[in-house]
Design a protein around this ligand. Structure first.
Ligand code: NCD
Length: 301
């Protein structure tokens, strides 16, 4: 039984296999070809935190492969409100399904769920912890857009402290000989438990304009307002970075901008039409990548 709780569960060979399979599955993800590879299988999606893309792309992925979904997007409609523990809830849901995707505000919740579950647990985001399936689609997108993963200069800007997508992504990119540039206000810098484990080159910066011209990929993140213990601290850093066409004049012509979305103000809408914008293609890529993962985990392929 394979749980996907952290990027540590995914080695380079496994990641490359998923990316390759995701490419093959793209016509099915688009609805241009049909598949029944997960016929009769049931995926449970348990979302204790808001989600648009992660939940819906998992459900689309499952249904494009002939499977079905159960679950909830609003825990206030479940026994969570009566005081049921996460372990009990997961134990039950795992009896009704072949795999469970869970998103929860508490770091470590997916690991806890994996200990209670009788079926594979997929971490759809645990607080400021990890978001490993977002990382798979981010890697797929970088490979599609740039033609490779190895040797790229990759910048990550915004909330590197509370943003779980950049935690998982840094760990994964470290296996691909990339150079990482972490750009954030001092109070939102990449946690040392992530940087201490990096084996490749990385550096920290506060000013984006000083290094933008070196980057092949700029991964932009939202300041995670809901995770600040003190809202006054949030107010100090809200709007710290804004990517607009003026700033992008200094970018390499092939530089691509990724963002896990939702964006708030960190990318001006005018950027959407520029050659740099890859974030909407990135959001679609969640479907073929999650199809590849689900086939592997519950299809026995
Ligand atoms: C991200 C998340 O939930 O961590 N969104 C996503 O899954 N695509 C990013 C965010 O909320 O800022």
């Amino acid at each position: 039984m394979k749980h996907v709780v952290s990027v540590e569960d995914l080695d380079k060979k496994y990641i490359n296999g998923i990316l390759k399979r995701a490419k093959q599955l793209t016509p099915i993800a688009k609805g241009n070809k049909k598949s029944k590879s997960l016929d009769g299988k049931i995926l449970a999606t348990c979302f204790f935190e808001p989600s648009t893309r992660t939940r819906l792309s998992f459900e689309t992925a499952m249904q494009r492969l002939g499977g079905t979904c159960i679950g909830f997007a609003d825990p206030s409609m479940t026994s969570h409100l009566k005081g049921e523990t996460l372990s009990d809830a997961v134990k039950m849901v795992s009896a009704y399904s072949d795999a469970v995707v869970i998103r929860h505000p508490r770091e470590g919740s997916a690991k806890l769920a994996s200990e209670a579950s009788d079926v594979p647990i997929i971490n759809g985001g645990d607080g400021a912890g990890q978001h490993p399936t977002q990382t798979l689609l981010d890697l797929f997108t970088i490979k599609e857009e740039m033609g490779k993963l190895d040797g790229l200069n990759i910048g990550m800007v915004g909330d590197l402290r509370y943003g779980r997508t950049v935690h998982s992504l840094s760990q994964a990119l470290d296996r691909f000989k990339t150079k990482l540039f972490f750009i954030s206000p001092d109070i939102l810098s990449m946690p040392s438990h992530i940087t201490d484990e990096l084996t490749g080159k990385w550096s920290s910066h506060e000013k984006l304009d000083e290094i933008l011209g070196k980057l092949d990929v700029l991964y932009v993140t939202r300041i995670q307002k809901e995770r600040f213990p003190d809202i006054e601290d949030y107010k100090k850093v809200a709007g710290a970075y804004r990517i607009d066409l003026e700033l992008l004049k200094n970018a390499k012509s092939k530089m691509r901008i990724l963002h896990p979305l939702p964006r708030v103000e960190e990318i001006a809408p005018e950027v959407d039409e520029s050659k740099h914008a890859a974030y909407f293609r990135q959001a679609f890529n969640g479907v073929p990548v999650r199809m590849a993962l689900l086939e592997d985990i519950i299809g026995g392929k």
